[in-house]
Design a protein around this ligand. Structure first.
Ligand code: MHF
Ligand code: KIV
Ligand code: MG
Length: 289
C-alpha cells in the first residue's frame, strides 16, 4: 500500500498508529520498506550515526542529497521525508524554498522536515506554497543543541510547556502536514496530539502520539554510546554483527572459507595444459638470461 499525505492523515483519523524509522542507504531502506514501515526519515542524525560527528550541525545539503537519493530509490511504498540541514532554511525564505526543492527534485523525497515552530511559520508557508509537503520538528530540536546546552527534554516548566503547545498550533496553521514531537513529557505529547488535526509522530514524547519514530541504529541495538531514555533495543544488532564478523575472521584464518561450492571451476585438462605450457615458457626464459 502506497503511503501518501492522505493515507497518513486517514491513519490518524482512524487512530491507526503511524510507523516511521530513519534510513540513510539503499539496503536498509529496502528492508524497512518491505517490512511495511509507513514513513522513512532521511534524518540529519546521519551526521552522528553514519558520519561520526558529535551532533547534527556539520551536516550539509550535499550529505542530505547523497543519502536521500539512495533511500528514495529503495522506497516503493514508504513515504520518504528528508531533513533540511542546519542553516539551509534559516537565512531567508528564498533559500529555504530552493533547498527544500532540491531534496524533492534531486533527492526524490516526498516531503521535507525542518526544526522550528512559530518562528518558522513564514518559511513553512513559503515551502508549502511550492506544493512541497512539510513536517515540522518541535520540542527537543537537535540543531539547537548549543542553544539548549545539550540534548535536553523540553517543556517541563509552565512557560516552556506553553511554547511547546503554541508551536504545533502555529506550524499546523502555516501549512505543515505533520509534526515530529521530540523529547517532551508524555502528557504534553498526548495533549498536542489531541489538539492538532494533523498527524503527530513522537520520539521521546510518550505513547499517546499518532505514531512513533526512532533512529534505526538505536532500535536495532547497534549503538552503545548515545542511549536516550526513549530508546528500546528491539534487537542486539551490534552483538549479531560482531559475532558474524568474528566467525568470518576465524573461517578465513583456518582456511575453511571459501569452500568448493563458494569457488569457481575450470576444466582440469585446460589447467593441466596451461601449467605445462607456462613451466616450459619459464624454463626457456630462464635459459635466455
Ligand atoms: N543515535 C541517535 N539517536 C537519536 O535519537 C538522535 C541522534 N542519534 N542524533 C540526533 C538526535 C539527538 N537526539 C538525542 C540525543 C540525546 C538525548 C538524551 O541523551 N536525552 C537525555 C535527556 C536528559 C533530560 O533532559 O532529562 C536522556 O537521558 O534521555 C536525547 C535525544 C535524538 N536524535
Ligand atoms: C530524531 C529524528 C526525528 C530526526 O530528526 C533525525 O533522525 O534526524
Ligand atoms: Mg533530524
Amino acid at each position: 500500500m502506497l503511503n501518501t499525505v492522505l493515507s497518513l492523515q486517514a491513519q490518524k483519523n482512524k487512530q491507526q498508529k503511524i510507523t516511521m524509522l530513519t534510513a540513510y542507504d539503499f539496503t536498509t531502506a529496502k528492508l524497512f520498506d518491505e517490512a511495511g514501515i509507513n514513513m522513512l526519515l532521511v534524518g540529519d542524525s546521519l551526521g552522528m550515526v553514519m558520519l561520526g560527528y558529535e551532533d547534527t550541525l556539520s551536516v550539509t545539503m550535499a550529505d542530505m542529497l547523497h543519502h536521500t537519493k539512495a533511500v528514495s530509490r529503495a522506497a516503493k511504498s514508504a513515504f520518504v521525508v528528508a531533513d533540511l540541514p542546519f542553516l539551509s532554511y534559516h537565512v531567508s525564505t528564498e533559500t529555504a524554498v530552493i533547498n527544500a526543492g532540491r531534496l524533492i527534485q534531486e533527492g526524490g523525497a516526498n516531503a521535507v522536515k525542518l526544526e522550528g515552530g512559530e518562528a518558522f511559520a513564514d518559511v513553512i508557508t513559503a515551502i508549502t506554497r511550492a506544493a512541497i509537503s512539510v513536517v515540522a520538528h518541535l520540542g527537543l530540536t537537535p540543531q539547537s543543541v548549543n542553544a539548549f546546552g545539550g540534548f535536553k527534554v523540553q517543556g517541563r516548566t509552565e512557560t516552556d510547556a506553553r511554547q511547546v503547545i503554541k508551536d504545533p498550533l502555529a506550524v499546523q496553521h502555516a501549512g505543515a502536514f505533520a509534526v515530529v514531537l521530540e523529547g517532551i513529557p508524555s502528557l504534553l505529547g498526548e495533549f498536542i496530539s489531541q489538539l492538532l488535526h494533523i498527524p503527530c509522530i513522537g520520539i521521546g514524547a510518550g505513547n499517546a502520539t499518532d505514531g512513533q519514530v526512532l533512529v534505526y541504529q538505536d532500535m536495532l541495538g547497534m549503538i552503545d554510546t548515545l542511549q536516550p531514555k526513549f530508546v528500546r533495543r528491539f534487537a542486539e544488532g551490534g552483538r549479531l554483527f560482531k559475532d558474524a564478523v568474528t566467525s568470518y575472521q576465524k573461517n578465513v584464518q583456518s582456511g575453511d572459507f571459501p569452500n568448493e561450492t563458494e569457488s569457481y571451476k575450470i576444466d582440469a585438462d585446460i589447467i593441466q595444459k596451461l601449467k605445462q605450457e607456462f613451466s616450459t615458457t619459464s624454463s626457456i626464459e630462464g635459459e635466455k638470461s
